[in-house]
Design a protein around this ligand. Structure first.
Ligand code: FAD
Length: 430
């Protein structure tokens, strides 16, 4: 007989959610987390989109340590001298809150506490070294020569799934599967943030940026989110571009972003509270491992569930939902005490009918168009030149807008057949 019904590796959003669901259903569950306290090494931008937590913690919007609800969502292109952006603010976002800024150090501790309160055993500061296998079935975990057994293991290790890779359940990561995120948390008085971003108390601003000014073909996105009394600001840079450009470092890119003439004033007077870096899961469905097998399931970033189209970055919501679906699958399998590959196939089936896998399929290959010179160089340069033509009054005859647009596109080689095809491919994938 196993010591636990289920063992969950990793107390991020995926693992903690799985453990909460399992423990709430009276399953004997062990949640093992390498950092102590949970969340101390975790990084998200981060906006927690959607309301995935409501199925395991109905009052989460009141009880979770969320910072501000997203009241204004923006997207902007930065060139060396300019910012061209779109702001979306709506009373609808105030009435039905769709995203909250969060700090993982607080959120993950709270989630782990919720798992404990539901009845899970939570161990922090312990790194699972490998899976314990018997006759081709996962029957527990190993650490420091000790074996802890369970009927099944749910792997929620995040974007760098070492245990799954070492056990042959996940392929080694390539540069195309991940990007690097670097983030600073800058403290500022709540009143200053409200004034600077034109926010009422509790309301927040979230913006994604395309950093169109970077040199040497390096492509990176930026983000800036307001918390209660701090600002989360960071960049996500393509791993393959960094690799190809020895002279460019991720820390230089974040410095150039926080020092940009249209970002620096937003951070002025603040003090850096946190500096962190983390892998961002990017590979999409193309790098997804087999999600289940004899005695195991894989959820969250480890399973490849994240989505970015340059306008928004989402992963925590998919992590929570996939963790819950894995837990529900375990609960179903426990009725027949069958945790074999064929019983746990239900996990894949349930994911397929959920928005998690549907989104992964809809946006298959999106990373190939979001990381491209077209998005990161041509579009920002074209927009800047269009805006200058529109708004720089020099006492010269004006053109119609279509003429200005065609001029701006032509200046940036966007009327070539190859660029038109690229724009079409991008629109289709987005
Ligand atoms: C810079 C950046 C910005 C982001 N912004 C957003 C955003 O705004 N919104 C959004 O939704 N998503 C965002 N994401 C993505 C989001 O952070 C992830 O999708 C999400 O954290 C995935 O959750 P997870 O539980 O699968 O993995 P993680 O959150 O990575 O949690 C994995 C956990 O497993 C633990 N662990 C790993 N290995 C072991 C082991 N062997 N033994 C024990 N414990 C182990 C880790 O310590 C960690 O606590 C961002 C990511 C980055 C890096």
């Amino acid at each position: 007989m196993s010591e636990f019904d289920a063992i969950v590796i990793g107390a991020g959003p995926a693992g903690a959610s799985a453990a909460i669901r399992l423990a709430s259903s009276k399953k004997n569950v062990l949640l093992v987390e390498k950092s102590d306290p949970p969340g101390s090494k975790n990084v998200s931008g981060g906006v927690l989109w959607g309301s995935s937590l409501s199925s395991i913690i109905p009052d989460w919007e009141k009880s979770a340590p969320v910072e501000r609800f997203v009241d204004t969502k923006s997207v902007a292109f930065l060139t060396q001298d300019s910012k061209i952006g779109i702001d979306f603010s709506s009373k609808k976002l105030q009435q039905k809150k769709t995203g909250y800024t969060v700090l993982r150090a607080k959120l993950d501790q709270w989630l782990a506490r919720k798992a404990k309160e539901a009845g899970a055993m939570v161990i922090n500061g312990v790194t699972v070294e490998k899976l314990h296998m018997e006759n081709g079935k996962v029957t527990g975990v190993e650490q420091g020569g000790d074996v802890i057994t369970s009927d099944a293991v749910i792997l929620c290790e995040g974007a760098n799934p070492r245990v799954a890779i070492d056990s042959g359940l996940h392929k080694r990561l390539s540069d195309r599967d991940v990007a690097i995120g670097v983030k600073e948390v800058i403290s500022l008085p709540e009143a200053t943030i409200n004034e600077r971003f034109h926010l009422k108390s509790g309301a927040g601003f979230a913006c994604e940026y395309v950093l169109g000014y970077l040199q040497n073909g390096v492509e990176a996105g930026g983000f800036l989110y307001t918390n209660k009394d701090s600002i989360s600001v960071g960049i996500v840079v393509s791993m393959s571009h960094l690799r190809q450009n020895d002279a460019t470092h991720s820390f230089d890119i974040i410095e150039s972003f926080t020092g940009h003439p249209y970002i620096a004033p937003l951070l002025e007077g603040g003090n850096m509270q946190e500096y962190s870096a983390h892998l961002v899961q990017e590979g999409g469905i193309g790098s997804m491992p087999k999600l289940y097998g004899n005695g195991y399931m894989i959820a969250g970033d480890s399973a490849g569930f994240s989505f970015s189209n340059g306008l928004v970055l989402q992963g925590m919501n998919y992590a929570i939902d996939s963790g819950i679906i894995a837990a529900d699958t375990f609960i179903e399998a426990s009725k027949g005490m069958d945790y074999s590959e064929s019983a746990l196939k239900l996990y894949q089936d349930r994911l397929e009918s959920s928005y998690v896998m549907k989104d992964m399929r809809t946006f298959k290959g999106i990373e190939n168009v979001t990381w491209s010179p077209f998005v990161h160089k041509k579009v920002p340069a074209m927009l800047e030149s269009l805006m200058l033509n529109l708004f720089m009054e020099e006492g010269k005859p004006k053109k119609h807008m279509t003429g200005m647009l065609l001029d701006a596109m032509s200046e940036n080689d966007m009327l070539k057949a190859s660029s038109i095809m690229e724009a079409y491919r991008m629109m289709r994938r987005m």
